[in-house]
Design a protein around this ligand. Structure first.
Ligand code: AMP
Ligand code: GLY
Length: 433
């Protein structure tokens, strides 16, 4: 392991996830300084912020090289699938995250589906299509709801849960005829709609070794009561009690262990985060998707709950020594409420000044779609603007703290869901559920 305070770390990305990663890395005893590219309005001092985009692979390799970076932590999926880890390795710079080969698990849903089916890992039944006529014929013969997925990366917009034939036809035509997702939508996966509650299971995988991070539940729809269009995630909490210790053991036996073994058997040499979206159905847990990076906003509530030093864990994973670092988790609860810009997930307001002067203590505000304008003022600059996060002994307390802070943060068009964690609170019989 690296000596105390020796590592110059570069975090790649500019969302709430990356602000969290930068914050936690900067607290590590291994860390000397944290650089971030491109970062956001919250990642100025004490971090070193560089205006290099997360998909500018040449620019990032050059930055890591010239800044003498010792370890790179990559947040988003795009640079992973563009081979940033591979390119950094050519320069001898170690990075946390899979190579382009491993990142295909997120970059192609069909590739993942084939692996899941081959290794008999429970997932929704599906069929693949490249021709609109065949896909339309398939949905006309089938039942609803049905799920239409663009094969490739589509910034979280490539999945439609179609409740009617009209919706299914529209999704198929948009992808295969109109090309709205470009090459990512040239192949479609049409799958059975799974019914149940969703949970996010994050693993840190290093070859055949893995650890399961705390469970969490995201809130993907824009509207309260899980209504309206899908977003990147409007809030999350951890742990997700619906994944009881018994269910987690079942998830491990049926999904986590066989998945890690499958990736090794397929020669993916996977090192990094495997974030498995799971549906807990009446027939048992089933895989919705694989992601090859930490969830956002799940990162904001899972990683601060680790007692184990995050950077130590990530470095050990990259070096193939994951088994040497015991994972310790705080016995508490955390909750994050996303404050979004008006209009999100459609086109949204930008440039509104944000007043953060009244944030109560004991709450952490991670920046996402923010920037510092020319006058040094923090203004909105993205769809999901801030993640307001609180840890507490109980979910009820974490919720009260986070929402009290949300009410003290002001910007025009502030949009939030008031029911983050409400399902779990109701199950606990809480009056605020
Ligand atoms: P994905 O990007 O594959 O996770 O899909 C985004 C969201 O669509 C998931 O979080 C689910 O809410 C929903 N979804 C995806 N696949 C299915 C499925 N087979 N059945 C029901 N809902 C699904
Ligand atoms: N919160 C969902 C995701 O990061 O994909």
């Amino acid at each position: 392991m690296a000596p105390e305070k020796s590592l110059r770390v570069l975090v790649v990305g500019g969302g709430g996830r990356e602000h969290t990663l930068a914050d936690l890395c900067s607290r590590s005893p291994l860390c000397r300084e944290v650089h971030i590219a491109p970062g956001n309005g919250g990642t100025g001092e004490p971090f070193h912020r560089h205006a290099v985009a997360a998909d500018d692979i040449d620019g990032l390799v050059h930055l890591a090289d010239t800044q003498k970076i010792d370890f790179v932590v990559i947040g988003p999926e795009v640079p992973l699938s563009l081979g940033l880890v591979d390119r950094l390795a050519e320069k001898g710079i170690p990075a946390y995250g899979p190579t382009a080969k491993g990142a295909r698990l997120e970059a192609s849903k069909i590739f993942t589906k084939e692996i899941l089916e081959k290794h008999r890992i429970p997932t929704a039944a599906s069929a693949t299509f490249t021709e609109a006529e065949a896909a339309l014929h398939y949905v006309r013969e089938g039942s609803f709801p049905v799920v239409i997925k663009a094969d490739g990366l589509a910034a979280g917009k490539g999945v439609t849960v179609a409740t009617s034939l009209e919706e299914a036809e529209k999704a198929i035509k948009e992808s295969l005829v109109d090309g709205v997702f470009g090459p990512s939508g040239e192949e479609l996966l049409i799958e059975e709609c799974l019914i149940g509650e969703e949970a996010s299971i994050h693993l840190i995988v290093s070859g055949e070794d893995y650890v399961i991070l705390p469970t969490s539940q995201d809130h993907k729809r824009i509207g309260e009561g899980d209504t309206g269009p899908n977003t990147g995630g409007m809030g999350a909490y951890s742990p997700a009690e619906l994944v009881s210790p018994e269910i987690l053991q079942e998830v491990d036996e049926l999904i986590c262990r066989p998945s890690v073994q499958a990736l090794a058997a397929e020669g993916l040499e996977f090192k990094g985060t495997l974030y498995i979206g799971i549906m807990l159905t009446a027939q048992g847990p089933k895989v919705l998707e694989f992601n090859v990076r930490f969830g956002d906003p799940e990162t904001q509530i899972i990683l601060p709950r680790l007692e184990t030093d995050l950077l130590t864990l990530l470095v050990a994973c990259q070096q193939g020594r994951l088994a040497e670092v015991p994972l310790r988790v705080k016995d508490n609860t955390s909750l994050c409420v996303v404050l979004a810009a008006e209009g999100y997930p459609g086109s949204y307001r930008k440039g509104d000044p944000i007043d953060l002067s009244q944030v109560p203590t004991g709450v952490t505000v991670y920046h996402a779609g923010t920037k510092e304008n020319d006058e040094g003022q923090i203004v909105t600059a993205g769809g999901r603007v801030l993640g307001v996060c609180a840890e507490a002994e109980t979910l009820e307390e974490a919720s009260r703290k986070a929402y009290a802070a949300c009410d003290q943060i002001h910007f025009s068009g502030k949009t939030l869901r008031r029911d983050i964690g409400a399902k779990q609170l109701r199950r606990q019989g809480s009056p605020i559920g």
